[in-house]
Ligand binder design. Structure first.
Ligand SMILES: Cc1ncc(COP(=O)(O)O)c(C=O)c1O
Length: 390
């Protein structure tokens, strides 16, 4: 087997738990059964937002001969995003700071390719989205995992500092955080920025930060949001419209360079973005999605409905003795299993046709994640079981 093939196997190994859950578990057997209550992944369980169809239909009607020509990061959506994301985050982006990508997945791989050499280490905090590890391994980089601080899953700055060594090149922060729903505030982000500045001086090269923010617009109770890009100049932002539109199959997102980055480094990254996206297999969104972007940008799934489901489920689960971490953002609920065997409890729910994501997939076997993208009908059907000990 070639070295490249071995790397691919290693990357798949890191992803095995999710793959097995999706295809080969009791959930895998029943995931398309309309009778189940599916709280596993952030997928839609109701018809899409009307506005998405109108925007895509409009974006699909050709206005000129180039409508379906090769699309890179097109000037119009770049300019639109520089203005709108700039307003949202309080940052002065120039259009070339923003690369249009096929969702956050592509933005993250482009960021890894831009920032990481083979053997470089990237630190992230667990529990975490289960794709950072295989994506880092596929980039020939080394994942370094540190734990979030229980019980509220705060960033553990001491642990991050201790994990930094001569090979560290990147720290990934995901806020709002999947799976816990935490949003990290300005204070902790500022302390992290100071830490990264000190550590960069200590190890003699710059540590970059990737702020993975695909849930940025999904926030509860009017909470604010501070992007790490506004606090640490050496930050890249990955974003996806897949979450806010609940349409992850329509790939659209971007990778943005913090405009606070010193000019020379900012320009070097801008210059490298196009070739990197091309070399990784044309990571740009397709023509229709780029055309539709300004219309799609105004839309959101119903955060009130997510809030309602969050509250109903939190109350039922709390009554049945489960510790629920109140989410500040995302569309997930992070819940602790009762004392005892998590697998037995997962199976007891599955016996009722209720499927949740076991925390073991994210290296947190005492917890499970509920996706609030389940329909109201699924919530109503699951409520009696959630309200009882299981
Ligand atoms: C934290 C995080 N980052 C990135 C992604 C990828 O998003 P997309 O599939 O929209 O590219 C996800 C999707 O679940 C996620 O949870």
């Amino acid at each position: 087997m070639t070295i490249l093939a071995r790397r691919a196997v290693a990357a798949n190994g890191a992803f095995d738990a999710v793959k097995n859950f999706y295809f080969h578990s009791r959930y895998g057997e029943r995931r398309t059964d309309p009778g189940i209550a599916d709280f596993t992944f952030g997928n839609p369980h109701e018809m899409p937002l009307d506005g998405i169809v109108a925007a895509i239909r409009e974006g699909a009607v050709p206005h000129d001969k180039d409508w379906f020509a090769y699309k890179t990061s097109e000037e119009a959506p770049q300019a639109f995003l520089a203005r709108e994301v700039g307003r949202e985050l309080g940052l002065r982006f120039d259009p070339p700071d923003i690369a249009l990508t096929a969702g956050a997945f592509a933005a993250i791989s482009v960021a890894f390719r831009l920032l990481l050499d083979a053997g470089d280490e990237a630190i992230y905090s667990e529990p975490a989205w289960f794709c950072y590890e295989p994506m880092l391994l596929a980039a020939d980089a080394i994942p370094r995992k540190v734990s979030l601080k229980q019980p509220r899953f705060d960033l553990d700055l001491d642990a991050i500092d201790a994990a930094i060594g001569p090979a560290t090149r990147l720290v990934i922060v995901n806020t709002p955080h999947n799976p816990t729903g935490r949003i990290y505030g300005r204070e902790v982000l500022t302390a992290l920025a100071e830490l990264l500045q000190r550590a960069s001086n200590r190890i003699g090269h710059r540590i970059f930060l990737l702020s993975d923010e695909p849930y940025r617009r999904l926030r509860f109770d009017g909470r604010g949001f501070v992007s790490p890009a506004a606090v640490y100049p050496w930050t890249l932002i990955s974003y996806s419209y897949g979450k806010v539109l609940l349409a992850p199959g329509q790939r659209l997102g971007y990778l943005a360079i913090s405009p606070l980055m010193p000019a020379a480094e900012r320009q070097a990254l801008r210059d490298a973005m196009f070739s990197t996206q091309m070399a990784l297999g044309w990571c740009f969104p397709n023509a229709v999605m780029q055309n539709a972007l300004p219309h799609l940008d105004r839309l959101s799934i119903d955060v009130q409905a997510l809030t309602r489901r969050r509250d109903i489920l939190s109350e039922a689960l709390t009554k049945s003795g489960h510790a629920v971490l109140p989410p500040e953002g995302t569309f997930y609920l992070w819940v602790k299993w009762s004392p005892g065997d998590p697998e037995r409890q997962w199976n007891a729910l599955a016996d009722h046709g209720i499927f949740v994501l076991p925390g073991s997939i994210m290296n947190a076997r005492d917890y499970f994640r509920i996706s609030l993208t389940a329909s109201d009908d699924m919530v109503a059907r699951a409520l009696p079981a959630f309200a009882n000990a299981f």
